[in-house]
Design a protein. Structure first.
Length: 502
């Protein structure tokens, strides 16, 4: 049984993992870089170990330092979170070699799915539909040109080792082909040290819909339904929701079966995500598998009622899954907004710095997974995501109203954030109707960049009005206190203090 988990990560995901550990009475160990000495994940953990300078290559990506911290702390398992070493087959192998449980899939499952060309081959063999395209890396440019003519423009040139939208090029015109191949290859080489690229047919107006899967070490695999992730900027997710407004029960069942088949094809265990690209006619194609916990996992947790981190831990210690596919159902609707320290009005430039004040949204159906606090200085070295705001309600429209309310109540000063931009999305007609695909942000850019969304403006006006009425009432009460001595000293004291707080 796992007794102590080292979380090889930082920020919100480190805290999220530690929360589940605490509920399972498992001790948690944090690691931190020079830039993260004051980070909340360090304070939250039962123990914390310094692992080096701020750049992740010297700290969060340094396997030796992390293994060393695990040994010093006596941790019997490592949870990698997402990003950093989470999809690194060599790290999963290293944990095995050191006798430490890796809370994630086997090295072979990671490498089979980590390389997109290899993954496409596995999926084709398992009968899972893949995007039409090539299954070998492009080396010969002349042959590539012929292949693209055969598939037909537009196409996507994609890096086999790709991730985070890097090494990806959309080609619409024959004249761009050679330059795009060269550009994608050099970007892939710089980002992943591997310049293998391949071609996929470009799916017009697509939806990005992914399925959460869980597999145990005894060959059981289930899916926990879909997440709609089509609100994207530069091929990166901004908002996710479940259920997807596009789905119907028949297609959900079919895609779920294919997601399970995809995981089984690589003997998958742990939590994973099968990403599909879906066209308007509900034709769907395997895009890639993420062999780790996703940023957007909380919406599934809320709608299906399962703690995915606890499941990961139980699977890692060899337990048989007790969740049964036929017993799982989606209840209500959940939406997640990713909150970034960035300035939407300045081309989404990162906005690191000191948080001078933060008020987190609360109330029914609101979950806030974050790590920053008043006085915290956001480091420049890592991803600028500061938190995830997740809401749940019984219906989609109630969930949108709740998200609007929560975004408006979320106050951060000292840095710029994506909150106003997200609030505008909640007021967009297409979004409200569930009528959107991956082009949503570019299509609605002008509306989304409008300076003053009504909801926020109205809220500010309401706040000012409330303040004026409140001060009027307090002044009135004060003069009453002076006039009528029967108002108790306790009440008078309370009113005076309330005014001071305001
Ligand atoms: P990465 O691993 O770099 O994130 P993905 O393969 O997951 O790349 O694709 C990221 C996004 O790019 C998708 O969600 C989708 O919006 C877009 N995309 C990728 N492949 C295609 C395609 N063949 N046709 C249309 N859009 C695509």
């Amino acid at each position: 049984m796992i007794k102590k988990v080292l979380v090889a990560n930082r920020g919100e995901i480190a805290i999220r993992v530690m929360r589940s550990c605490r509920e399972m009475e498992i001790k948690s160990v944090a690691v931190f870089s020079e830039a993260d000495r004051a980070s909340m994940h360090v304070r939250y953990a039962d123990e914390a170990y310094f692992i080096g300078p701020a750049p992740s290559i010297d700290s969060y990506l340094n396997m030796d330092k992390i293994i060393d911290a695990a040994k010093k702390s006596g941790a019997d398992a490592i949870h990698p979170g997402y990003g950093f070493l989470s999809e690194n087959a060599a790290f999963s192998q290293r944990c095995d070699d050191e006798g430490i449980i890796f809370i994630g899939p086997s090295p072979s499952a990671i490498s089979n799915m980590g390389d997109k060309i290899t993954a496409r081959k596995h999926m084709m063999a398992a009968g899972v539909p893949v995007v039409p395209g090539t299954v070998e890396p492009l080396t010969d440019e002349v042959a590539a040109l012929e292949k693209i003519r055969e598939i037909g423009l537009p196409v996507m040139i994609k890096a086999s080792a790709g991730g985070g939208g890097k090494g990806m090029r959309l080609v619409k015109d024959e004249k761009e082909i050679l330059n795009s191949i060269r550009g994608a290859r050099s970007e892939a080489k710089a980002a992943f040290g591997n310049d293998a690229v391949y071609i996929e047919k470009y799916i017009e107006s697509p939806h990005h819909i992914e399925f959460q899967v869980l597999g145990d070490k005894h060959g059981n695999v289930i899916h926990l339904f879909e997440r709609e992730c089509s609100v994207q900027r530069r091929h990166q997710k901004v908002i996710e929701e479940t259920p997807s407004p596009l789905m119907n029960p028949g297609i959900r069942e079919e895609m779920g079966r294919h997601a399970v088949a995809a995981a089984k094809a690589v003997n998958y265990y742990g939590a994973g995500t099968i990403e599909f690209i879906v066209d308007d006619n509900l034709n769907y194609y395997f895009l890639e598998m993420n062999t780790r916990l996703q940023v957007e996992h909380p919406i599934t947790e809320r709608v299906v009622g399962v703690d995915l981190v606890k499941e990961q831990i139980k699977i890692a210690q060899g337990e048989r899954m007790t969740l049964k596919q036929e017993e799982l159902e989606q209840y209500g609707h959940a939406i997640e907004c990713r909150i970034y320290a960035e300035d939407p009005e300045n081309n989404f430039m990162p906005s690191p710095g000191k948080i001078t004040h933060i008020t987190e949204p609360l109330g029914l159906g609101v979950r806030h997974d974050g790590y920053v606090y008043t006085g915290f200085e956001i480091p420049i070295y890592y991803d600028p995501m500061i938190s995830k705001l997740i809401v749940w309600a019984r219906t989609r429209s109630e969930a949108i109203a709740r998200m609007k309310r929560a975004l408006n109540a979320y106050k951060i000063t000292g840095i710029k954030t994506s909150i106003p931009f997200l609030a505008r999305i909640m007021e967009n007609e297409d979004f409200i109707k569930g009528n959107y695909n991956t082009h949503f942000i570019e299509k609605n850019f002008d509306m989304l960049m409008a300076k003053e969304p009504c909801g926020r403006r109205c809220q500010d006006i309401a706040l000012i009005t409330a303040f004026i009425r409140y001060t009027d009432r307090v002044t009135e009460a004060k003069s009453n206190t002076e006039k009528h001595s029967e108002v108790s000293n306790w009440k008078a004291f309370g009113r005076k203090n309330a005014m001071a707080r305001f």
